[in-house]
Structure formats: C-alpha cells, structure tokens
Design a protein around this ligand. Structure first.
Ligand code: BG6
Length: 504
C-alpha cells in the first residue's frame, strides 16, 4: 500500500488540560489512556500538564489510581518512561464545581503549571461531568477570568454528551454557552467522530472517483444504519432512565453517520466547510408530523433472555436503578427521508438497541436491482441487489456484495463478496478513540466536533418523536427478548415498504 497522506503530524502546542469530573469513569478509561497514547506517538507538547478537578481528590492517590487503570485500559504494555512523563505532569485541584473557591484554587494551579510546565496560558477545559454543570462551570471560569482569550492564549471547552435532551434544552444550553464563550471556543464532542472508520467515510466517498456518480437516488434503493449493542444498561440505569435509546444514540452518533453518508462534497476539509454540509442534511430531513410518528418510528425494551453465548440476562426492568414498570426504550428504529435532489424518495432506516445478539455498527447501502430481462430464459429465479457495507466496528472494513456465475453448464447465479478489512492493510495503533479528538482540540481544529446549530438541527428532527412517545406511554413493554434483533414492529417498519433489515 502506498501512503498518500501528506498531512504533517506535529506535536500540539503548549497547553494545560483541566478535567472537571476527574474521578469519573471517562477520565480513567479513555482520557488518560488517550493522553498516554498521544505522548507515545510524540503528539503532546513537552509543555503539557493535566489538572484533575473533583471533590476530595488527592494528587498522589489520583496518579496511582490512574496508573492502575491505565494498565487495564491500554491496549499494549504500559511503558514506564511514557507513564512517568505523563504522571509528572498530573496535578489536582480539590473542590466542588459550584464553589467559587474551587475556581480560585484552579486559577492558582494554572498559574503554577504555566510557570513549572511552560503551558503558556493555553487551557483546554474538559467537562466530563453531568450535563447540569455544562453551563455552570464555564460561567464560574468566566468569573475568575479564565475563559477570555488573548492574543497567543487560547481557552477551549470540550462539552461531553448529552448536549441537551430535546430541542428546547439544546437551544438553552447553546444560548448559555454562547453568552460566555465564542462558538470557536466550544467543542461539542461525539466520540463516534473519533473512530477511524467513521473518519474514513469521507475519504472513501471523496478520494475515490468511482462511487460518487452512483451515490444518489438513481442507483441507491435505500440506506440502513445500525448501531447494535450486545451489552445491557449495566450500572447506568439511573442515566438511562432519563435518556433512553433514542436520545442516547440517534441525534448524535447515528446522525453523524447519516450526515457523512448523505452530505454533498464539502469545498474543503476545513471544519466549517464540512459542518455546513452536514447542517444542510439535518435541515433537509423531512420533519415527522405527530400523526406520522407511530408509522415512522418504533421503540422497544428488552425482557429477559439468552444471549448467543448462552448467558442468561435479566430484563431491563430488573437492572439496577431501573423501576419495575419502566417505560423508557432500549431500542429505537426510524425511517427518515431526506428532501433534496440527491436523496428524494430514498429511505434511510436507522436502528439501535441494547441486548441485541451482537455488537455491530455498520452502514449498508442497498443499490437498485438490475433488470431481470437477461436471465428470463434461464433457471435464475431471483437477482439479489448489490450492497455496499461500511463496517464501522468490529471487523472494521468495507465489503461489496454482487452476483457471480456459479461455475457449470447452466447459468446459475450466486452471491459473492469483495471484502476489505482494515487490519489486512494497516497496523493497528492502540487507540481509545479520543486521541484524535483531544489532539485536534489542542490544535484548534473543530472539524470533528459538533457545531451548535448542527446539534439543534439534529434535535429538531427527533423532538417530535420524543414528544409523542412521552405522551403515549408504551403498553407492550418489554417487547423483545434479550438476545434477539428487536421488536416485531421494527421488522414491520421495513416490511411495509417491501424491504427487510439486513441480516448479519
Ligand atoms: C455512548 C452511549 O455515547 O455510546 C452508550 O451513551 C453506548 O449507551 C456507547 O453504549 C456506544 O459507544 P461505542 O463506541 O461502544 O459504540
């Protein structure tokens, strides 16, 4: 393989990263391992520091705990010299996010790392906290003059998901953040955009001339986007009861996949060029009227069941911190139409759920059938349409299904696959999926982050569904067994259109 990439990977500039919610899972499992990997690849500045902010946090104990966790969450062996480099740059500030004193202490700590580590007043604030703090923390930072940028000193804020819980709350959050920060300082994270295979969608579409001419309603019958998870809600019942499958996955992760598949070629890979095109797709999605919701959207909740490996698992309603009569959905499927010249009449079917038989994220593009004409006089009974499948995870790669002649004296047709696996061509570099996102933020490249208007546009598509669902509580939950592919109504959603979900 020839490497045609000419982008230079240079270390990010000096900066201090402040993690709010440093005692949480995300810091241990993703953020610190990602920083370790960035250091190992030489992409962190020598002038770098991390400050963990949380209640009752102790520096020595924090470092030790992160080291133990890093050993578990790094893909390779922990290399002592890399860890020592990073650990020597880890600081803590103990305090409550609502307490002004915590911010005064933080300001002092930042002044100290600027001095000790040469971080030059560039600060990246990572809000790994519950959403109720997303605007409060920036406001408190503003009060101690830690948000304003000056020439040569940047201040950026990474906001974790969920960014709002419906259109109204997303608007409010945007308004609050924009009263404190400039849009260019706000990095709304969606960890799906950190996945290599997701980033590859644009390269696949626009670095290859052969797909673009057929990437439209003339050749494509429909598109299926699936994010299937085999895990249940585990210990996250409390969060999940507030969210549900639709809020948790669709306006963010699945919509990012949808936008990358459906968008027009941007004029460049500059952040706003890409985000403008994504925004056009969200605005072109045909709004779903309240009386169409039950036709266009399906919800489900898992009951107890047996997973393919034989494990017997409990129903959602028996998971920790889930009430016995819970009505929140653990499965959602939608049919969306994009009203533009490229996609008019091409349905996009989206589905996601927990406790499905496999963990699998993929986008399947089904092309229109070839006319049967040629094979009328032969025993060929049925022609399968061509499929192009982009496998996001696992078995990352791309495959194209087409028909071929089965060798023999009569014409018989079989289905075959042309398969590309990333692993056959590229070395696997250890990654948590957060490396590129953190690196880009340190470099000031917001291309892989959501812009405020895009987030609102996505919420405006799903909010009517949420409204109808909350007004009409489900009467048939649980309606799919753990270890199966979701409720029957989801199969009906496609059957009504003469189609079926792709079988794995
Ligand atoms: C998170 C959701 O954003 O994405 C989780 O809150 C979900 O519920 C997870 O399990 C899936 O991410 P991944 O990278 O494992 O596909």
């Amino acid at each position: 393989m020839n490497d045609t990439q000419n982008t230079e990977w240079t270390p990010a500039g000096p900066c201090a990263m402040v993690i709010f919610g440093a005692n949480g899972d995300l810091t241990r499992r993703k953020l610190v391992p990602a920083l370790y990997n960035l250091r190992e690849s030489g992409l962190l500045s020598q002038n770098f520091a991390v400050i963990g902010v949380a209640r009752g946090i102790d520096e020595a104990a924090f470092r030790e705990r992160l080291r133990e966790e890093a050993k578990k969450h790094l893909t390779g062996e922990l290399r002592q010299e890399i860890w020592d480099w990073l650990a020597g740059r880890i600081y803590t500030v103990s305090g409550n996010f609502k307490d002004p004193e915590a911010y005064t202490s933080l300001k002092q700590a930042l002044a100290r790392v600027d001095e000790e580590r040469g971080t030059e007043g560039n600060y990246l604030y990572y809000l790994a906290t519950p959403p109720s703090f997303f605007s409060e923390i920036p406001r408190c930072l503003q009060e101690v003059a830690l948000t304003a940028e000056e020439v040569g000193r940047w201040r950026r804020v990474i906001v974790e998901k969920p960014f709002g819980r419906d259109l109204e709350s997303a608007r409010t959050l945007n308004r609050e953040l924009l009263s404190i920060l400039d849009e260019s300082q706000i990095y709304r994270i969606d960890h799906y955009l950190g996945k290599e295979t997701v980033q590859n969608i644009l390269v696949f579409r626009f670095a290859n001339a052969i797909f673009e001419p057929i990437w439209n309603r003339r050749y494509i019958d429909h598109v299926q986007i699936m994010v299937a998870e085999s895990v249940g809600v585990g210990t996250r019942g409390g969060y999940y009861e507030e969210a549900g499958a639709l809020r948790d996955m669709i306006p963010n992760h699945l919509f990012q996949l949808l936008a990358l598949i459906a968008m027009e070629p941007p004029i460049s890979f500059e952040a706003d060029a890409v985000r403008n095109e994504k925004g056009k797709i969200f605005s072109a999605i045909k709004p779903i009227a309240p009386d169409e919701v039950l036709q266009m959207a399906v919800r489900g909740q898992y009951g107890e069941g047996v997973m393919p490996d034989g494990e017997e698992v409990p129903a959602y309603r028996s998971e920790p911190r889930v009430p016995a009569g819970a009505t929140i959905e653990t499965y959602a499927a939608l049919k969306l139409m994009i009203d533009n010249w490229r996609w008019a009449d091409v349905p996009f079917y989206l589905r996601t759920g927990k406790r499905l038989p496999a963990r699998c994220t993929e986008i399947a593009i089904q092309f229109k059938r070839a006319p049967f004409v040629l094979f009328r006089q032969t025993p060929v009974g049925h022609l399968e349409p061509n499929h192009l499948v982009l496998r996001i995870q696992p078995n990352e790669g791309i495959s194209l299904a087409f028909s071929a002649k089965i060798p023999g004296p009569v014409v018989r047709i079989g289905d075959v696959d042309m398969d590309f696996f990333n692993a056959d061509y590229f070395d696997e570099t250890p990654a948590t999926g957060y490396e590129t996102l953190l690196y880009d933020c340190m470099k000031g490249d917001a291309g892989l982050f959501q812009r405020g208007d895009n987030a609102e546009a996505a919420w405006s598509v799903v909010t009517p569904i949420l409204d109808v669902w909350s007004a009409l509580p489900p009467r048939d939950f649980p309606n799919y067994d753990a270890g199966t592919w979701g409720p029957r109504a989801a199969a009906d959603l496609l059957r009504r259109d003469g189609r079926a979900w792709r079988k794995l």
